[in-house]
Design a protein around this ligand. Structure first.
Ligand code: PGA
Length: 253
């Protein structure tokens, strides 16, 4: 089944809104005519500027996190509807930095997925094992738990509107990367988990992205794998040159 090719940049806590606008201005001419879907997960304060700058291009702008509540007395938090109104069309949920540094639980992430779907923000659910878990032979168990808990009991009509990102924690920001074979094997396992939970047909429609130290030099061998439908890029998405090169490499497959 043909799935969209998707390339997501995750800027983390980098770039002011002025820098965001400048980045997009530099990026757009380099990716003119590209067919892949290009997403940028930017800091909250850059969403409206980035969305305005990207308006006429096919670049979609989104957030890196949100709260699960519709609104309420939650000092410092941000709601899905606020992100949408600012110009976001998608949101990263369950990134390993949120899980590990900010202690987000599987149940909290599940509630966020439900909220994002309810409020029409496309959730990009991130899952991944640590080095210790991989070396201890627990990768499949961990991924299954993260996927099952986040996606259980979703409203049937919304299930198709979802992206999964597999990001081995040991590959994020480390320069280490899963071999294409290991990445493919793990993506196939993730798709099997989606199939067990949501049915084979739906599982076949959900794009699964690879993330962790993706660079122009290694992206080609990853996206040429059967179950790898694109990439989630951190560090290399901060420079318009390298991000554009990643997009061009993917398009060439
Ligand atoms: P990296 O980050 O590309 O810098 O490894 C990926 C991510 O955290 O999404």
């Amino acid at each position: 089944m043909a799935r969209d090719l998707i390339i997501v940049g995750n800027w983390k806590m980098y770039k002011t809104s002025r820098e965001a606008a400048h980045f997009i201005e530099q990026l757009l001419p380099k990716i003119e005519g590209c067919k892949a879907r290009v997403f940028l997960a930017v800091p909250y304060t850059s969403i409206s500027t980035a969305a305005a700058a990207a308006r006429l291009a096919k670049v979609e702008v989104g957030a890196q996190n949100m709260n699960d509540a519709r609104d309420g007395a939650f000092t410092g938090e941000i709601a899905a509807l606020m992100l949408k109104e600012a110009g976001a069309s998608f949101v990263l949920l369950g990134h390993s930095e949120r899980r590990r540094v900010f202690g987000e639980s599987d149940t909290f992430i599940h509630r966020k997925v439900v909220r994002a779907l309810q409020d029409d923000l496309l959730p990009v659910l991130c899952v991944g094992e640590t080095l210790e878990e991989r070396e201890g032979g627990q990768t499949e168990e961990i991924l299954k738990k993260q996927i099952d808990s986040a996606l259980v009991d979703l409203p049937e009509e919304k299930i198709g509107e979802l992206i999964l990102a597999y990001e081995p924690v040991w590959a994020i920001g480390t320069g280490k990367i899963a071999t294409p074979e290991i990445a493919q094997e793990t993506h196939a396992f993730c798709r099997k988990c989606l199939g067990d939970l949501l049915g084979k047909r739906k599982a076949g429609q959900i794009p699964i992205l690879y993330g962790g130290s993706v660079k122009p030099e290694n992206v080609g061998s990853l996206v040429s794998q059967k179950d790898i439908d694109g990439v989630l890029v951190g560090g290399a998405s901060l420079d318009p040159e390298s991000f554009a090169e990643i997009i061009q490499q993917c398009e060439g497959i």
